[in-house]
Design a protein around this ligand. Structure first.
Ligand code: NAD
Length: 478
């Protein structure tokens, strides 16, 4: 750790500092500010699993930052860096994130101190089931109280084990599947959840580029088309964000940073080819169609329009904040910019789309999955064909006109197919996610643009989120 890094606040302190900056601009009743800021409870569990002929002990956490709404919600992370400070910081962000996107949850987060790459699949299953058992027996996994989801190092597979473990412990709970989100489709998941956070990053950027005054603040112009992008972390969130931006918005991915280094190509990297290379070789090293940079973190400083940190917290800090060239940073990861770096970047004029908004796509679609599990029916099942039948009436009518008017008018060739098809679950999920990301951005942008004392989107987002949490506490009589 360098000297400057030693002067950095911890992740939780960073979140608190950003919170404090915002509440200083609010008029909260005495004591409520403290009540909202503090983490309500953190449960630490140490459990043993017999593996490879001996008992191995694992340490896990589940923090509940705020239960002003229940269930509380937040992912479970598997990483060796997991500790109480980190889990509490992430739980706090969940509180604000859920409030911002109007998902009716309090904030929670969990973590297991483990390097999942060091274990066989059947070993990970035993460890995950045991961890789930320890949490479920204290209602820290429960459809009406605490609903985990994937985070770094976990995905559909782990969520499916957790759901099954909870189901075995609660055989008569008809809502058991709603105890966790991010499950695979065959285990009660929802279409579009895997890519939801990356998709949300794309929708967030699209909405940003619909606001000319905000684009101007970043010193940019135009649309996402042709914008150069550097992404750090090519896992679930980073890969999907890069893929959608390149394939659907015409953005150019000029840098990809992974654990073992980075790839750079100013004419654009092939997202799918890099993804396949990583899947087969465990990292980016050796990939031929790009320049390999051993010190991957240096590529955060590469010239680009948009920087997407999508790996872990604290990667932009006192030591490198001044070197960051991107005028627009979108925090796909949680907490990638420390409070100190945030100040430096703000002074430099960089615009930061903050984590609590930028990566809220995951919890938004998790909310849809939870509702689907509780309603025991797939979205669109009741209305889709009826919608198609009504559209058919209009198409028949247009056909009649077409025939009567002859050459004077004709239907656009693919209009009929497009118009007739009723929305399936995936389309409904995307529509719900897009709507959520647009509305949440608009509420933050409005505060950012209308209040003279608010100079950045992060403070604006905290103001919107804290106000909603405070309203909820007040309604409870606290
Ligand atoms: P993931 O495990 O799928 O991917 C993380 C990627 O980052 C991996 O490819 C890993 O190799 C890479 N990585 C790790 N250390 C790195 C380093 N030092 N430099 C560069 N790359 C590194 O995790 P994820 O689900 O994509 O989560 C990434 C971030 O997004 C986390 O901060 C997480 O909290 C946040 N997030 C995830 C979700 C979700 O739905 N998965 C939702 C909201 C926020």
């Amino acid at each position: 750790m360098s000297n400057t890094a030693a002067n950095e606040p911890t992740f939780r302190e960073s979140v608190d500092l950003m919170f404090n900056r915002a509440v200083a601009l609010m008029d909260l009743p005495p004591g409520l500010e403290e009540k909202i800021r503090v983490c309500n409870a953190t449960y630490t569990v140490r459990f043993g699993v017999r593996l490879r002929g001996q008992i191995q002990t694992f340490v896990g956490y589940r923090s509940v930052h705020s239960d002003h709404m229940e269930p509380v919600k937040g992912g479970i992370r598997y990483a060796t860096s997991v500790n109480q400070d980190e889990v509490e910081a992430l739980a706090a962000l969940m509180t604000y994130k859920c409030a911002l996107v109007e998902a009716p949850f309090g904030g929670s987060k969990g973590g297991l101190c483990i390097d999942p790459r060091k274990f066989e699949e059947y070993e990970l299953e035993m460890i995950t089931r045991r961890f789930a058992y320890e949490l479920a027996k204290r209602d820290l996994i429960n459809p009406s109280q605490n609903v985990p989801a994937p985070d770094m190092g976990t995905g559909e597979r782990e969520m499916s084990w957790i759901a099954d473990q909870y189901g075995r412990m609660n055989t008569t709970d008809i809502n058991a599947r709603a105890c966790v989100t991010g499950k695979p489709p065959h285990a009660g998941g929802i279409a579009g959840r895997v890519e939801a956070t990356g998709r949300g990053v794309q929708y967030a950027l699209r909405e940003f580029f619909r606001h000319p005054e905000d684009i101007a603040k970043a010193g940019l112009s135009g649309t996402l088309d042709g914008k150069t992008v550097v992404v750090q972390g090519f896992g679930n969130v980073g890969y999907h964000a890069a893929k959608f931006l390149a394939e659907e918005d015409g953005s150019i991915i000029v840098g990809i940073i992974e654990r073992d280094g980075a790839l750079v190509d100013d004419s654009g990297l092939d997202v799918e080819a890099v993804r396949n290379w990583i899947a087969n070789h465990g990292g980016v090293r050796g990939y031929a169609d790009g320049t390999y940079v051993e010190d991957g973190a240096k590529v955060l400083e590469h010239e680009c329009d948009i920087l997407i940190p999508a790996a872990l917290e604290g990667v932009i800090h006192l030591d490198n904040a001044n070197e960051i060239k991107a005028p627009l940073i979108i925090e796909a990861a949680n907490g990638p910019v420390t409070a100190n770096a945030d100040e430096i970047l703000r002074k430099k004029g960089a615009v930061i789309i903050p984590d609590m908004y930028a990566n809220a796509g995951g919890v938004t679609v998790s909310y849809f999955e939870w509702v689907k599990n509780l309603s025991h029916i797939r979205f669109g099942r009741m209305g889709r064909r009826q919608e198609e039948a009504r559209h058919q009436l209009i198409v028949d009518e247009l056909h009649r006109l077409d025939e009567q008017l002859g050459d004077a008018w004709s239907m656009t060739p693919d209009f009929k197919e497009k118009y007739l098809r009723g929305a399936d679950e995936l389309e409904l999920v995307r529509s719900g996610l897009d709507d959520t990301m647009r509305i949440a951005y608009q509420s933050c942008s409005q505060v950012w643009n209308e209040r003279d004392d608010v100079s950045d989107l992060r403070t604006a987002s905290y103001l919107v989120a804290i106000d909603r949490v405070a309203t909820s506490y007040r309604a409870k009589g606290l």
